[in-house]
Design a binder for this molecule. Structure first.
Ligand SMILES: Cc1cc2nc3c(=O)[nH]c(=O)nc-3n(C[C@H](O)[C@H](O)[C@H](O)COP(=O)(O)OP(=O)(O)OC[C@H]3O[C@@H](n4cnc5c(N)ncnc54)[C@H](O)[C@@H]3O)c2cc1C
Length: 389
């Protein structure tokens, strides 16, 4: 539940509160999270109280109503802490609530949005399957119409928060293969729904994804998002530009923390009678990382401002997602190098974050998909930016 005092704050005051929360609670809470293997419940409650579940929704739906630029600036702050904290609410604030806000029926908006904004309803976005990864159109899960609803059968994998979500937005075929997808709001505890955590997570270890089995799961007709069949892909893509902007901002937040940790370490670690920060080779790694970090930050902010002006700049957002997530991996890899053996052995947060940022290049479109889409759009992009076409 969002603390009522948060709703009275102007943006600068709220940004400062989120910065304090990150420095005083999220970052210090990381060792406990690592020990438990998941985000501690008392921190999930604090995340809800401070309003991070309500980051993206407008005030009329219980959220805080920040602009995309403001959301990005807030994301830069709280993603200086482990990216796993963000994963805990990202599926709720992103792809699911955005699709309900845009396409849900009045009943669906009323049932879910206020509860989501207040952290009382955790949502998962269940699209990926064994055969449907980058090619989301290959979904095989089926939804067979009955007199009063649908019966769902199929399995999903790699679904963030699925093991503890209240509601799953499940994408399924409403007719034989070849027909369009539809999206269904499915209660995670409904008979026939089971979730299974993976044996091992290599990155995002404290925020494991899960498999979902759907075996003859009956849902009422009003579980169909928007009340009409065949719009599933449109619903899935509704929040994609928004989600990609947030992932790019997350990469910037992660890279800034990682660089901070590496810079502090280099100042304190002495070899050959000098801090290693005085060696040119180490300075090259740190200096280059800072330049790339700031280039990424500027690109995300620029996309967010254009988003707020009206039409999301699809290709530039794709470029920001590609660049910032690759940049964060590079920065993290250099930081591990600066730490030497402590980058591999022990409890320094850098190696954990190095594994976490690796995943950012895989979800919300693998890097190769963005490269392909950008290459295809290039002739038009070069013309519209005034460069030679
Ligand atoms: C931590 C994490 C959280 C996730 N959370 C969710 C979630 O909440 N909900 C959800 O639905 N899914 C989720 N996913 C799944 C994620 O969206 C998929 O992993 C992603 O779309 C890639 O699909 P895939 O893993 O099947 O890889 P594949 O599609 O098999 O791709 C493997 C590789 O093949 C190459 N490749 C594939 N297609 C192309 C192409 N067209 N052009 C060039 N190269 C290509 C790329 O190098 C790619 O990395 C999550 C994944 C991870 C790792």
């Amino acid at each position: 539940m969002i603390d009522p005092s948060i709703r009275d704050m102007g943006f600068d005051e709220y940004l400062a509160a989120v910065r304090r929360f990150t420095d005083e609670e999220l970052i210090p809470g990381e060792p406990e999270m690592v020990r438990l293997g998941h985000v501690p419940e008392h921190l999930v409650d604090r995340i809800a109280e401070i309003g991070l579940f309500g980051l993206t929704l407008p005030r009329e739906h219980g959220g805080l109503g920040w602009t995309v630029e403001q959301q990005v600036r807030l994301t830069f702050e709280f993603t200086r802490a482990s990216a796993v904290y963000r994963s805990r609410f990202s599926t709720t604030i992103g792809l699911v609530s955005q699709a309900i806000a845009a396409y849900g029926t009045a009943t669906q908006r009323e049932k879910y949005l206020d509860a989501m904004a207040n952290g009382n309803c955790v949502a998962s976005f269940a699209l990926t399957e064994l055969e449907a990864g980058t090619d989301a159109t290959a979904v095989r899960t089926t939804a067979r119409a009955t007199v009063d609803g649908y019966v769902l059968n199929g399995s999903k994998r790699f679904i963030t928060n699925a093991a503890w979500a209240d509601v799953l937005l499940v994408f399924a075929r409403t007719a034989p293969a070849g027909r369009a997808l539809s999206a269904f709001l499915v209660d995670r505890t409904a008979p026939g729904v089971t979730t299974r955590l993976p044996e091992q997570m290599n990155g995002h270890a404290e925020g494991p994804v899960a498999e979902i089995e759907l075996e003859n799961v009956h849902v009422d007709r009003d579980a169909l998002l928007g009340g009409t069949e065949g719009n599933g892909l449109k619903h899935a893509m509704r929040g994609i530009n928004h989600a990609r902007t947030h992932v790019a901002a997350t990469a910037v937040g992660q890279a800034s923390r990682i660089l901070h940790e590496a810079s502090d370490y280099a100042a304190g670690r002495h070899q050959f009678g000098h801090p290693i920060a005085e060696f040119g080779a180490v300075q090259a790694m740190l200096g280059r990382s800072y330049a790339e970090l700031e280039a990424g930050r500027a690109l995300v902010l620029d996309c967010a401002r254009e988003f707020d002006r009206g039409v999301p700049p699809k290709e530039r957002i794709s470029a920001a997602k590609l660049y910032c997530t690759e940049m964060a991996s590079e920065v993290a890899d250099r930081a591990v190098q600066v730490l030497g053996g402590e980058g591999i052995v022990g409890h320094n947060p850098v190696p954990r974050m190095w594994r976490d940022v690796r995943a950012l290049r895989i979800y919300e479109g693998v890097s190769q998909l963005h490269e392909r889409n950008l290459a295809r759009a290039l002739p038009a992009l070069l013309t519209t930016t005034g460069l030679p076409g």
